[in-house]
Design a protein around this ligand. Structure first.
Ligand SMILES: NC(=O)c1ccc[n+]([C@@H]2O[C@H](COP(=O)([O-])OP(=O)(O)OC[C@H]3O[C@@H](n4cnc5c(N)ncnc54)[C@H](O)[C@@H]3O)[C@@H](O)[C@H]2O)c1
Ligand SMILES: O=P(O)(O)OC[C@H](O)CO
Length: 346
């Protein structure tokens, strides 16, 4: 009998990851709260709202019954938006078993506590954080369901857990690397969405490639600076979860964060942008979280700060760009505090 895996929930990324597992001949249960969506996936092998025009594998079954979805599974893959991760983990708790591999693929923070997703999930399941694996990297759902070559990284505090996740997902078009730097991989995946919003905004304002390259490069410096203060390995930001995902999100027409930024740059108000998306734009909430993280760790995040002014305080995007261009002179290498630099070199 083939092995079972469960994926919670049936948005675009959850459906794409479920398809990857189904392509490995696993019996895959995709959990959704929505009965019409369950019907559509089971009867028509489609999830039109989130992945229009895509034919899903026949061994991918949807269910609204969480207990049935996870019963007898080798692994549970959690792919809710960051705002729903605690709630979904809490619902999973009664059915969770010690021998279940738990992988999450959410990119964001819990906004109230500023906690990473693996912390939130382990708190709700009542297990060590080392039991949780994060999957991240440059991976748009729309391309994964077309079986277009994609590389991702799985990270866990416990190496064996990351190895298990690598075995679970790796196939001919979905190449999976492991990494021990769980903190760095989670921070990189969450924070790149802010820079992708900024890149979209820059394009929407009509600025050119120089401006976008500047945003990506200085954005990476900013992400690395805060990441290292929060305990990440700086090299993680040069990997798939770092520069890899930053490039794909800030330059791809598939990116919801880039698209939202583009509309904002064209002058559309935030509520109108969000209602036209119909899918989660994590960078909006993450900008709010980054504002608080920057204050908590006393680390400057100038791009995130300007985005915060634009999104939540009504600042004109052009004025935000002027403020970034007019900052005090800097040395390029100021990506971490001297204290942290010395710690890394001791
Ligand atoms: N779409 C991608 O290509 C992609 C790739 C990598 C990572 N991610 C990340 O994956 C996460 C999910 O994104 P997505 O693109 O699948 O979002 P989406 O907007 O496509 O789908 C979100 C799904 O979550 C469901 N949902 C919302 N609140 C819920 C709750 N409380 N309980 C149960 N279900 C709930 C919605 O009904 C919807 O089905 C995000 O953190 C995103 O950054 C997305
Ligand atoms: O569509 P976005 O902007 O949420 O980005 C999706 C993924 O994070 C890309 O790796």
């Amino acid at each position: 009998m083939s092995e079972k895996a469960a994926v919670l929930v049936a948005g675009s990324w959850g459906t794409a990851l479920a398809s990857v597992l189904a392509d490995k001949n696993m019996e895959v249960s995709l959990w959704t709260r929505n009965e019409a969506q369950q019907e559509e996936i089971n009867a028509l092998h489609r999830n039109e709202r989130f992945l229009p025009g895509v034919a899903l594998p026949g061994n991918l079954k949807a269910t609204t019954d969480l207990e049935a979805a996870v019963s007898g599974t080798k692994a549970v893959v959690m792919v809710a938006p960051s705002s729903a991760v605690r709630e979904v983990a809490r619902s999973l708790k009664p059915y969770w078993r010690e021998d279940m591999l738990v992988v999450h693929a959410t990119k964001g923070f819990e906004i109230e506590s500023l906690k990473r997703m693996s912390t939130v999930i382990s708190e709700e399941l009542g297990c060590e954080e080392g039991r949780i694996v994060v999957l991240s990297g440059p991976s748009h759902a729309e391309e994964v369901v077309k079986r277009s070559p994609t590389t991702v990284v799985v990270a866990s505090l416990v190496e064996e857990q990351a190895d298990l996740a690598q075995d679970l997902f790796m196939n001919s078009y979905f190449r999976v690397y492991t990494n021990r730097d769980m903190i760095g991989v989670e921070l990189a995946g969450a924070l790149k969405n802010i820079i992708a919003l900024g890149a979209g905004m820059s394009d929407g304002l009509g600025y050119g490639d120089n401006a976008k390259a500047a945003l990506l490069t200085r954005g990476l410096a900013e992400i690395t600076r805060i990441g290292v203060e929060m305990g990440a390995n700086p090299l993680t930001f040069a990997g798939l979860a770092g520069i890899g995902d930053l490039v794909v999100t800030a330059t791809s027409r598939h990116s919801r964060n880039w698209r939202a930024g583009y509309m904002l740059g064209q002058g559309k108000p935030l509520p109108e942008v969000l209602s036209s998306m119909g899918m989660v734009v994590e960078g909006i909430r993450t900008t709010k979280a980054a504002h608080n993280i920057s204050e908590k760790y006393k680390v400057q995040m100038p791009i995130a700060a300007q985005l915060h002014h634009v999104l939540f305080e009504g600042l004109d995007p052009r004025t935000a760009v002027e403020a970034l261009m007019g900052r005090d002179r800097k040395t390029e290498m100021e990506v971490m505090s001297l204290e942290t630099w010395e710690q890394w070199h001791s």
